[in-house]
Structures are given as C-alpha cells and as structure tokens.
Design a protein around this ligand. Structure first.
Ligand code: HXC
Length: 292
C-alpha cells in the first residue's frame, strides 16, 4: 500500500504504544522506516513490546514510563525524549474508559478518564507543540478519538465528553498552528477489538452474546492493520494539505446506529453490578504492572 521508507527519518511518539492499537501503529511505523518512542504507565509492558517489535521489524524503539495525567511528568518525559533529538510527530493514542451508568460514577471515576483522555492529551500536545513552534519545525499530531465525538454515547459519558474535547482541540490547533507548519488530524475508530478496551466495554451478562456486527454495514469489526494504515497515511508527507480532519474508520457503523452503547438500556441492576466487578478486576490486573 505504501512505498518503502515512507516514514524514513521521522521520529514518532505514540502514547499507549505498548498494547492494543498503539502497538499495531508502532509496528507499521517501524516497517515504514520511522524511529518510534512509546510511552505508558507500565514499563515492563513497554519493554516487552519494544523488544518484540524491534526483533520483528528492526529499527529503534525507546520506552518512556509516564502517567500522562500528571503535567509535570509529561513535561519531564518530553524533555527527556527531546534530549535525544526532536520529534516529528505525536500520536495521542493513550485512553481510559469503562462502561457504567452515569449515576454510578464518582467524581474520581470521571477524573480517572478525563485525566487521561482530555487533560493528558492536552499536556502531551502542548509539550510537543511549544517545542516545535520554538524550533520552527514542521510536525504532525494524530489523535485517536471515537465516532461518539459526533453523536455522544450513553454509558461512556466521561469518555464521550473528553474525546469531544480532543476533537475541538484538533480543529482549533489546526488553525492556530497551521501557519507555523503543524498539522493536527484525528481518527475515529469504530469497533477494533483490543484486550484493554474489550475488558471494559464488552459487558458480561445477558447482552454479551448479542451479535453487534449486525449494526455494522460492512458486517465485521475492524482489523488493526487497517487503522495503522490510515495513521501512516495521515502522518506521511504525501498528504500535507490535510489538516483539522477527523476521519471515521468503522465500517459505516455510526451512520447506521450512532455507534454507541444505547442497547445497554436493557440491562438490569444486577447486570451492572456484574459488569462493574469484571471491569474492576481488569483494572487491578493492569495496575499490578504499573511502575509510575
Ligand atoms: C464505576 C468505576 C469502575 C466501574 C473504576 N471505577 N471502574 N466506577 N464503575 N466499572 C472508579 C473507581 O471506583 C474509582 O473511584 C475511580 O473509578 C478510579 O478508579 P481506579 O481504578 O483507581 O483508577 P485508575 O487506576 O486511575 O484507572 C483508570 C481507569 C482504568 C480509566 C479506571 O481503566 C485505566 O487505566 N484504563 C486504561 C486502559 C483502558 O481503559 N483502555 C480502554 C480504552 S477504550 P472511587 O470514587 O471509588 O475512588 C477507549 C474508547 C474505545 O478509550 C472506543 C471503542 C468503540
């Protein structure tokens, strides 16, 4: 699909690059000749991914343990990355989410998600952006959103609000920073199964067996490399006139059903209790590997 070395000479930072869609994008960027930095809260997971991908594709991957909810930690990490050389692109991929009835959310639960998706994405983008502006450097930001930035979605309100905020940032900064050579675009994926998202977004209980692919006009979920191809395209110099755009890649799902979690209205109290327990178990499992 792409010429060899499409991204040769580019240094790309991928937040949440240790797992899921982030990891697939990193693999694609390496294949296309880029050097990649990956950032996340679990250093062992990052190190394992870096070793695996370098073995498979060659190239260089640096790992950076950082909690993007903490502005000072972001600043320190971006400074550390810059000391090795300036970045050419930032991929805002790190996210947090879980399904819940909104009335069951505490303020801390809201903050846990908004802290990663809204605040963390802003801290990362501004830490890179101000360096690019100062250095008069052409660069590109790509954020991974979701189709409910256009529709909203019940049962994932903190994520919908935060991702919509990042959509607003993308369009605003495309205009503010465009004259200085910085492009901002976003991808709005539909269902691309990953371990992290599925543990928190696929309910156990009565609706688990429901075949949701019927809601998708193309009748299947996304394949990870399809998203990685779109990311590589948006970051490449071959489409430099493209900025401020949010591109859905969802098999047509949101046009058909709004892509959200409206079908969960059928759940009962006991189903929500089960869902909450299974999400908390997934959270605890992840936490046990965190180093920051
Ligand atoms: C209600 C919950 C809950 C649940 C956690 N909380 N799970 N409340 N229902 N199921 C509450 C806790 O009780 C606590 O509030 C608060 O949230 C913070 O919980 P912690 O576990 O301490 O938070 P933290 O360790 O910071 O974890 C953050 C997280 C976690 C977002 C909760 O899941 C995480 O780090 N996730 C990262 C990976 C991830 O989510 N990937 C999926 C992204 S998918 P109290 O008040 O009790 O202290 C995505 C969009 C995909 O973004 C779209 C697909 C179509």
């Amino acid at each position: 699909m792409f010429r060899d070395n499409l991204l040769k000479g580019k240094r790309i930072l991928v937040t949440g690059g240790g797992t899921g869609l982030g990891k697939t994008m990193v693999a694609k960027f390496l294949q296309l000749g880029a050097e990649v930095a990956i950032l996340g809260r679990r250093k062992p997971v990052l190190e394992e991914t870096a070793a695996e991908l370098v073995k498979a594709h060659g190239g260089r991957v640096s790992v950076h343990a950082c909690d993007i909810r903490v502005a000072e930690a972001v600043e320190e990490t971006v400074e550390e990355i810059w000391r090795e050389g300036p970045l050419d692109a930032l991929v805002n991929n790190a996210a947090g989410n879980f399904i819940s009835r909104t009335e069951d959310l505490s303020a801390r639960a809201f903050d846990a998600i908004a802290g990663i998706v809204l605040h963390g994405t802003f801290y990362m983008t501004n830490a890179c952006g101000k360096r690019w502006l100062k250095e008069n450097r052409k660069a590109s930001v790509l954020s991974v959103l979701v189709t409910w930035v256009w529709t909203g979605s019940p049962y994932v309100v903190p994520s919908a609000m935060s991702k919509a905020g990042v959509a607003a940032m993308t369009k605003s900064l495309a205009v503010e920073w465009g004259p200085r050579g910085i492009r901002l675009n976003a991808i709005a994926p539909g269902p691309f199964p990953t371990e992290g998202a599925w543990a928190r977004l696929s309910p156990t209980g009565p609706l688990a067996a429901r075949d949701r692919s019927q809601a998708i006009p193309l009748r299947r979920v996304g394949k990870h490399p399809e998203l990685a191809n779109l990311a590589a395209f948006l970051l490449s110099e071959e489409c430099e006139y493209l900025t401020g755009e949010i591109i859905a890649i969802d098999g047509g799902q949101w046009l058909n059903t709004a892509g959200g979690f409206g079908h969960l209205a059928a759940l009962a109290d006991k189903d929500w209790a089960e869902i909450r327990d299974s999400i908390r178990q997934a959270n605890q499992k992840d936490k046990s590997k965190r180093t920051v």
